[in-house]
Write a protein of this length. Sequence first.
Length: 126
Amino acid sequence: MELIVIKEKKGFTLIEVLVSMLILTLVLLTLVQSLATYIRSNVNNLVRDEAVKIAQDCIENIRSGIECEDNATKKFRNFSLTFAIDSNSTPIDSGNSQVQVIVTYKYPPNSNSTKTYTINTVVHEP
């Protein structure tokens, strides 16, 4: 009697399929985590840039002789954020004042994390 050995097996074993699925799952989880970190960082930068813009607008208003508002509400993607604006003016010498504008906001909106942006400048008052 002659024994026939089949050497060419086609297809994958169950272990090979499970290992490849595990590797693919780990890669996808890493990509999703990276994407979430990117989005969180991007929104944080957008909010901070808006605080800078609000402070710069307030400085320009002060230079024009217009009072700054106390609050500004801006909409970002799927949430609104309120920025508190505070300005202080200290006379330096005749006609010049040092102006400080402080913009405070909470981000993420439902947290206790308060962030602040401060800008200082000298304003000449004719």
